[in-house]
Design a protein around this ligand. Structure first.
Ligand code: NAD
Length: 256
């Protein structure tokens, strides 16, 4: 594979201390990008950045909570200070609070927390990133949605699904609002991916691992590295003229 698809580019990735975000950070750095890992997990974020640097890549960690506009402004500033621009932003940070609870049993507290991280956090992230991208004359944003934002799933995750559907709507709206300013905005909608988030969902009784895998027509769970490849496509010039799309990486789950 060509290893310079992102040569000379800078990328800010939220929620990249572990899981899919960390896989995206590793892949982007391996493709030549200077990466900023923004996360609330300082230890994990620093370790992921250090591992990238050890492999010969360029990465640094910034502590940022995506529910804080001030943190996001600072993360964008840190990216520009480090690399001169913000070429690519990946808004990936997300949580799953109370998997397995039917809609009428969800609490307001859980709903508010989940929407604040998974939906408002993406809006706040784009708000900070787009201001910088407008000032520099363009950029590319890839948001993390989910197949749960596209189809109804009987998993007790109404709040999560609503947030991810909202991310898809925000993606389309931003794509149209900024298309003439050289900013592309797309979203990725994974099926069930092997990460700590999946482990939490299993622990919460949402499903067993075989049941989770059976949601895919392939019967196989998806690896974070496979999802990262789609982020690379949407972040790079391979996807020039692609904007406002929500691309499933779901082993055919939504097609059925
Ligand atoms: P994960 O729990 O492994 O990683 C999530 C990361 O986000 C962690 O590093 C965590 O510290 C960080 N984070 C949480 N709250 C934050 C906040 N307020 N500010 C900044 N960082 C914060 O989970 P993952 O599976 O890698 O999930 C990443 C994204 O992918 C999420 O948006 C999730 O909804 C989405 N997703 C996951 C799956 C899946 O099956 N795992 C499927 C579809 C979509």
């Amino acid at each position: 594979m060509v290893d310079s698809l992102l040569a000379g580019k800078s990328a800010l990735i939220t929620g990249a201390a572990q899981g899919i975000g960390a896989a995206i950070a590793r892949l982007f750095a391996a493709q030549g990008a200077g990466v900023v890992i923004a996360d609330i997990d300082e230890e994990g974020g620093k370790a992921t950045a250090a591992a990238i640097v050890e492999d010969g890549g360029e990465a640094r960690f910034v502590r940022a909570d995506v529910t804080s506009a001030a943190d996001l402004d600072a993360a964008v500033r840190a990216t520009v200070d480090a690399y001169g621009r913000l070429d690519i932003a990946v808004n990936n940070a997300g949580i799953e609070e109370q998997g397995g609870s039917p809609l009428h049993e969800l609490t307001e507290e859980t709903w508010d927390k989940l929407i604040s991280v998974n939906l408002k956090g993406v809006w706040l992230s784009m708000k900070a990133e787009i201001a910088q991208m407008l000032a520099q004359g363009g950029g590319t944003i890839v948001n993390m949605a989910s197949i749960a934002g596209m189809v109804g799933l009987p998993l007790g995750i109404a709040d999560y699904s609503a947030a991810k559907g909202g991310v898809i709507a925000l993606t389309r709206t931003a794509a149209i609002e900024y298309v003439q300013q050289g900013i592309r905005v797309n979203a990725v909608c994974p099926g069930v991916v092997r990460t700590a988030l999946l482990d939490q969902a299993i622990d919460a009784g949402m499903f067993t691992e075989p049941e989770a895998a059976a949601l895919h027509p392939t019967g196989v769970l998806i690896d974070p590295e496979d999802v990262a490849q789609t982020f690379l496509y949407l972040a790079s010039e391979m996807s020039n003229h692609v904007t406002g799309q929500a691309l499933p990486v779901d082993a055919g789950m939504a097609a059925g």
